[in-house]
Design a binder for this molecule. Structure first.
Ligand code: AMP
Length: 407
């Protein structure tokens, strides 16, 4: 079975075509600057990350997603370099959709009603959902007869108990505006939980873990019996940890204070907190490699950013560890920082030996792209590094939804 995964952004479109018989990637690519009247480009890789990898780059104007996806089809079905001979070979297209709102609680086969509901969630995901829906509509047109599945980044969090997802605000307003904790990076957390349980030879329903998706955007997942029990992001991805450019949780009263004192508009405050804060706001850099370098040169702001980031992760980790009453099988580190940054990983678990969390310093420092254990042999809680794979998870989920629809 071949599955195409599409992630349509406002000016970009990422895609990956899987052969699900062995979960291999037949091709993948990225179209950038869609809608830019001056220039656009498409980077297409055949058999990526293998010794047969081949790259094709097209530079041309892509007025809309329609022209971009047409070119993708052209490349994947090309008589010489194509990886399939007909688009009918694609069993299903899986689409990443950022926000499902309160009503789209699980991945679903797309129909007119679902599209209407996605449209109704635009105010909750104004930067992503319109583009995600465009991706679905273009796919419906250009791949006639191929079913489309919407995979929501919020779906993982929809299994949280009520006391985890409810905000202590007047409940009539919350109901009216669908205000609740949703959580994001749901596809990544789902993948990590499944891989973690498989890695530890545990039944999913008996598996408790804390997933640490630490990248430019970061969130922690608290997982009880294989399901989300709590998560650090909220109504939007702004809540929770300090991130590359997001401030994470702050006193909400700072918002009206800024508006009153600086005469800022809602958009300006939104941009300040989402795009100019976090590590960037603290030390002028977002990439931890730069921040570590500056910190090693004694840059005070970089040192503060480093220690605040670690503290922010540790605080949430502690909260989730207690929510699980210490019955935790594994901590699972993932994403750009979680997979690569041994300094952050070591800082987050430092001093937790008394709680049964003990790192093996050497294993932590060994670089690898594999799923691996970095805890000491006598650590009660396993510490794992699992490279995330959101596209594969979307493909697996789409396959499940398709199979279920045929029953
Ligand atoms: P992501 O959003 O998952 O792509 O993660 C991006 C972030 O991961 C970057 O901003 C860096 O802070 C961090 N990162 C990526 N590669 C490394 C690395 N080799 N060492 C340390 N941090 C890294």
């Amino acid at each position: 079975m071949k599955i195409l995964v599409l992630n349509a952004g406002s000016s970009s479109c990422k895609y990956k075509l899987f052969d699900m018989t062995d979960q291999s990637v037949l091709c993948q690519g990225l179209v950038e600057r869609i809608g830019d009247p001056a220039t656009g480009n498409l980077t297409h890789k055949i058999a990526p990350d293998t010794d047969k990898e081949e790259k094709i780059v097209r530079e041309k104007v892509y007025p809309t997603h329609n022209e971009a996806i047409r070119d993708v089809i052209d490349l994947i079905t090309d008589s010489k370099k194509g990886v399939i001979s007909d688009i009918k070979e694609i069993a299903v297209i899986g689409h990443r959709v950022l926000h499902g709102g309160a009503y789209l609680t699980a991945p679903v086969l797309v129909n007119d009603e679902i599209k209407k509901t996605i449209r109704a969630t635009f105010p909750l995901g104004p930067l992503h959902n319109p583009a995600n829906l465009t991706g679905i509509e273009v796919a419906e047109k250009l791949f006639p007869g191929v079913p489309n599945v919407a995979v929501f980044d919020t779906a993982f969090g929809m299994k949280m108990p009520k006391e985890a997802y409810t905000y202590a605000l007047p409940q009539d307003i919350c109901k009216e505006l669908q205000i609740r904790r949703y959580g994001f990076h749901g596809t990544s957390h789902t993948y990590l939980v499944h891989r973690g349980a498989a890695y530890m030879h545990k039944d999913l329903k008996d598996f408790n873990c804390i997933t640490l998706h630490l990248g430019n955007g970061s969130s922690l997942g608290c997982v009880k019996g294989g399901q989300c029990f709590d998560t650090s992001m909220g109504l939007t991805p702004l809540e929770g940890l300090i991130m590359g450019t997001r401030c994470g949780s702050i006193d909400p009263a700072i918002v009206p204070y800024l508006m009153q004192q600086k005469g800022m508009s809602t958009e300006e405050v939104d941009t300040l907190m989402n795009k100019k804060s976090g590590l960037l706001g603290l030390c002028g850099k977002t990439d931890l490699r730069d921040i570590h370098k500056l910190a090693s040169e004694n840059d005070e702001n970089a040192k503060l950013a480093e220690s605040m980031l670690i503290r922010s992760i540790k605080k949430t980790l502690g909260a989730f560890f207690f929510l699980l009453e210490g019955k935790v099988d594994a901590l699972i580190f993932s994403a750009g920082i979680g997979e690569n940054d041994n300094i952050v990983r070591a800082g987050v678990v430092a001093g937790l030996e008394g709680l049964g969390i003990k790192m093996d310093a050497k294993k932590n420092e060994t670089r690898s792209g594999d799923e691996r254990t970095i805890s000491a042999d006598d650590s009660r809680v396993a510490i794992l590094v699992i490279p995330t794979n959101e596209e594969l998870q979307i493909a697996l989920t789409s396959q499940e939804v398709l199979n279920a629809s045929k029953k």
